[in-house]
Design a protein around this ligand. Structure first.
Ligand code: BES
Ligand code: MN
Ligand code: ZN
Length: 491
């Protein structure tokens, strides 16, 4: 579906559906909704509001067929002005697109620049949110379904006649398209079955689709680089591990940043096998990897003045005769020894080496993103992702940027005492210390593999994969993190 913005009156653009909106409680529509109302004989104020009692409650959509011209007007409810947010604009936009495709007879829809009129929000951010929502609203993972539902909607046009708003919104649409497509690409990767998506195919995907120089290291090369911790996790699988390094290097970059994604293409738990209900969705354990690969492609399109390295240690965590075992002691890349307390705490073991590799690149900042702990999911549910790190200022900044990108992160503590649980009798550290305080303990574990580079850790275990649709209408892979990473790096 094509999303674009035109500097025309909404009434002058040919479309099957016209989308306008109402704040809750408004009896006489203002702005462009008012203009549309007048153009159609006050049908919105006299009929939809006065007779049909449409109140503009957030998320409601009134579908008004226009008998004489065969078009429809959708009036979307924005809710109370005081409670209105950019995220709501995005979610509403997704809903509109889904509705158009469900009705099945709309090919072209024209929308007002929701939020930038009477509600008074920033035109650029509104446009980006509308665009991202619209693209998200087209998403379906139906490649294995024999009865695929074709999306009928081909064009989503935003109409804005005001010169100044139009210019800002144009920039928002551009970023929205790049970000929206990055999100859908990551969803495809995450939703893909691990039967087809394993380290080698993930690496092939990155080479073909990251949009930047991509180097893939095989098992022997990984060994040569001293990444024994990463290798140990992958040694139980029939699929060879792959280490993926993507680089975006503009001239005169103002800073260097590394993003590291957990890339467990399937997490069976290893010999500490997961129970069936927990294992069921563990193809999502490469959501961090999908996020960084997809982000790189967006970065290659947005071309920010920042050098970006993306790193993925991709492997499968399986039980077998060759699998790593509880009680094993592994010497990680940094030289630190790890006693394996539980083979299901594998993500941090692979990240130990990936983070060390990232730090050796001499970057100014490292961000890792990982479906790391069930404990984080227990703490924050599916509503927010966890964030930790060794630099409070950067964490604060990231949370703020993420909020603007429409994603929620909540800081988890990294009190030293959480590390007590990781003390080992025979090695420098154990990989886990039990379930209590698990998200923080995992954060402390990771911190031991970074010397002094500012570092942020994102735990997306609870938010990466949903069994119920969220406010955006997205079920299964959400591609959480992609929007925040792109905005944090490129804005
Ligand atoms: N991949 C899981 C974490 C996870 C759980 C992601 C639920 C998404 C949803 C991770 O590798 C894991 O198994 N963690 C263990 C750690 C424990 C053994 C200390 C966990 O959280 O149970
Ligand atoms: Mn695990
Ligand atoms: Zn895992």
């Amino acid at each position: 579906m094509l999303v674009k913005i035109e500097k025309k009156s909404i009434l002058d653009i040919e479309a099957d559906v016209i989308v306008v909106s109402l704040l809750e409680g408004v009896k006489t529509p203002g702005g462009v909704t008012g203009i549309v109302d007048k153009a159609f004989n006050n049908i919105i104020s006299n009929f939809v509001i006065a007779k049909e009692k449409f109140e503009g409650k957030y998320g409601s959509i009134y579908q008004l067929p226009l008998v004489d011209c065969g078009k429809k007007i959708f009036i979307t409810g924005l809710g109370k002005q005081s409670e209105f947010t950019y995220t709501k604009i995005r979610d509403l936009s997704a809903k509109v697109v889904r509705l158009c495709n469900k009705e099945g007879n709309a090919e072209k829809v024209v929308s007002i620049l929701q939020g930038a009129g009477v509600a008074g929000l920033c035109p650029q951010r509104c446009a980006q949110m509308i665009t991202e929502g619209a693209i998200s609203g087209t998403y379906a993972f139906d490649k294995y379904k024999s009865d695929k539902k074709e999306n009928t909607l081909k064009e989503f046009i935003i109409a804005e006649i005001d010169e100044e708003k139009f210019k800002k919104a144009e920039e928002g649409v551009k970023k929205g398209i790049i970000t929206g497509e990055a999100v859908n690409r990551a969803r495809n990767l995450i939703n893909e079955s691990s039967q087809y998506l394993y380290p080698e195919t993930l690496a092939e995907y990155a080479v073909a689709n990251s949009g930047v120089k991509t180097t893939v290291y095989n098992k022997d090369q990984i060994k040569e680089m001293g990444m024994n911790a990463f290798l140990a996790v992958g040694q139980g699988s029939v699929h060879e591990p792959k280490f993926i390094h993507m680089e975006y290097k503009p001239e005169n970059a103002k800073k260097k940043i590394a993003i590291v994604g957990k890339g467990i293409t399937f997490d069976a738990g290893g010999l500490d096998l997961k129970p069936p209900s927990s294992m069921l969705t563990m193809r999502d354990d490469m959501s961090g990897a999908a996020a960084v690969i997809s982000t790189m492609k967006a970065i290659s399109e947005l071309k920010p003045n920042v050098e970006v390295h993306a790193v993925v240690a991709a492997c499968e965590n399986m039980p077998s005769g060759s699998a790593y075992k509880p009680g094993d002691v592994i010497i990680a890349k940094t030289g630190r020894s790890i006693e394996i307390d539980n083979t299901d705490a594998e993500g941090r073991v692979t990240l130990a080496d990936a983070l060390a590799y990232a730090e050796e690149l001499g970057v100014d900042e490292i961000i890792d993103i990982a479906t790391l702990t069930g404990a984080c999911m227990v703490a924050l549910g599916t509503v927010a992702s966890g964030i930790m790190g060794n630099n409070d200022e950067k964490i604060k900044e990231f949370i703020e940027v993420a909020n603007k990108a429409g994603e929620r992160f909540w800081q988890m503590p990294m009190f030293e005492e959480y590390g007590d649980l990781l003390k080992s009798d025979i090695a420098d550290t154990k990989n886990t210390g039990g379930r209590n305080g698990g998200a923080s303990a995992a954060g402390i574990f990771l911190s031991k593999f970074i010397k002094n580079t500012p570092w942020i850790h994102l735990d997306i275990a609870g938010t990466a994969f949903l069994d119920k649709a969220n406010s955006e209408g997205i079920k299964n892979a959400t591609a959480v993190g992609v929007r925040s990473l792109i905005k944090y790096i490129a804005d």
